[in-house]
Write a protein of this length. Structure first.
Length: 402
């Protein structure tokens, strides 16, 4: 029989102050409200309405309608000082939920399968605590509720609409509920935490014909296959082995019949890397496509989209977050300083504008069957991570705005 530990014991072990422990019931209630009503990118109307209502009830100044559904709340401390931003994304995914819980998604085909419902609850809980304890910090906190992280990206349009201005943000932090780490572990590191995400779509135009007369054709399947094979040399022979990169072809569509040589082929995939200098991988890919097509007498069209740049943490702010984590969390869970993933995040755009740190908050609890990976139809997490997230944010505020 597996021993269980009470929520109070977990929160106490992680040095969560009583006032934040007292928020736990509300945090869970808010998170489950968001979970039941998930909304896709730039359609987070119910979510934004709920957030705005709570901010109004708490007497917190806020602005709505930024980049369609985004919100920024402004909380001033006891004296003038620096400005710290806190970012929380709030969109869901086009996934049909398979969890059997009483707070299961009520929106068919849409699900909070990545923890953004938890992010919003943590940010809202942080706002409530700070608004009730303004004498614990100087300066200003701007809490940014961001739409559309899952794509096409809400960070950049929020920045373009001035979310980091008036007052100007000096630094910014954010967290991601993370089922790749056990409950309570914090993954934080200076430099690249998450990778750039770029996508490509290639249409190879050959010349179709009868399967019995290949000499009259330019076989798009053969040409496309050569391109896929040659792509495998990009990382192996064009990238410094000290760096990390991934080139993946995830789609290959060609042909309609077994005895017909395909007229065209379409390939789609993704490119990921940590080092910003690897932006020129796009040129290497096109050189391969161009060379292969030219050798076969075919033509091509390339559509290449740079989605998100690498998520790169400022060393000083990452050190602050790491110190806070060490003060907040007891071993054996502790801090995972070298935590990295080839996943991507548009928090990266905020970190290009001001120094900041994005970190992972472990939320997996296999004993409670809460360890399914992100974007899985049975994704869920241990909700005791919510109070831990608020404590982390509040301590970061108190330390940065001391």
């Amino acid at each position: 029989m597996v021993a269980t530990v009470s929520l109070d014991a977990i929160l106490h072990k992680h040095r969560i102050r009583p006032a934040i422990q007292a928020l736990q019931t509300e945090l869970v209630e808010w998170r489950r409200t968001f979970h039941k009503k998930p909304e896709l990118a730039f359609r987070e109307n119910l979510t934004a309405e709920f957030i705005a209502q709570k901010l109004t009830e708490l007497g917190i100044d806020h602005q709505t309608g930024i980049a369609k559904t985004g919100i920024v709340a402004v909380i001033k401390g006891k004296d003038e000082g620096k400005v710290l931003g806190i970012r929380a994304d709030m969109d869901a995914l086009p996934i049909q939920e398979e969890n059997e819980v009483d707070y299961c998604s009520q929106h068919d085909g849409v699900m909070h399968a990545c923890g953004h419902d938890g992010h919003v609850a943590i940010a809202l809980g942080t706002a409530k605590y700070l608004s009730e304890n303004r004498d614990s910090f100087n300066g200003t906190v701007k809490i940014i509720f961001q739409p559309a992280e899952e794509s096409p990206g809400g960070a950049k349009p929020m920045i373009e609409e001035g979310v980091l201005k008036n007052p100007d943000v000096d630094a910014i932090i954010g967290l991601h509920i993370w089922n790749n780490l056990p409950l309570g572990t914090v993954g934080v590191r200076p430099g690249a935490l998450m990778a750039a995400a770029e996508t490509f779509h290639v249409r190879v135009q050959g010349k179709g014909g009868h399967g019995a007369l290949p000499h009259q054709t330019k076989d798009a399947i053969v040409i496309g296959s050569q391109i896929v094979t040659a792509f495998q040399t990009v990382v192996a022979r064009s990238v410094n082995p000290i760096d990390s990169a991934v080139v993946t072809v995830g789609e290959f569509h060609a042909g309609d019949a077994h005895n017909v040589i395909a007229d065209f082929a379409e390939l789609s995939g993704t490119v990921r890397y940590f080092n910003p200098e690897l932006r020129d991988l796009r040129d290497r890919l096109e050189a391969i496509i161009n060379g292969v097509c030219h050798s076969y007498g075919a033509t091509y069209e390339l559509d290449y989209i740079r989605m998100y740049p690498p998520t790169i943490n400022d060393p000083a702010i990452a050190a602050l977050v790491k110190t806070v984590a060490e003060e907040s969390i007891e071993t054996p869970l502790g801090v995972a300083p070298e935590c990295q993933t080839m996943g991507s995040e548009d928090m990266s755009y905020f970190l290009q504008e001001v120094p900041g740190c994005y970190f992972f908050l472990g939320s997996a609890n296999p004993q409670l069957d809460l360890a399914y990976p992100h974007h899985h139809p049975r994704f869920n997490f241990d909700e005791s991570a919510l109070g831990m997230g608020v404590e982390m944010f509040v301590r970061c505020v108190e330390k940065f705005l001391a």
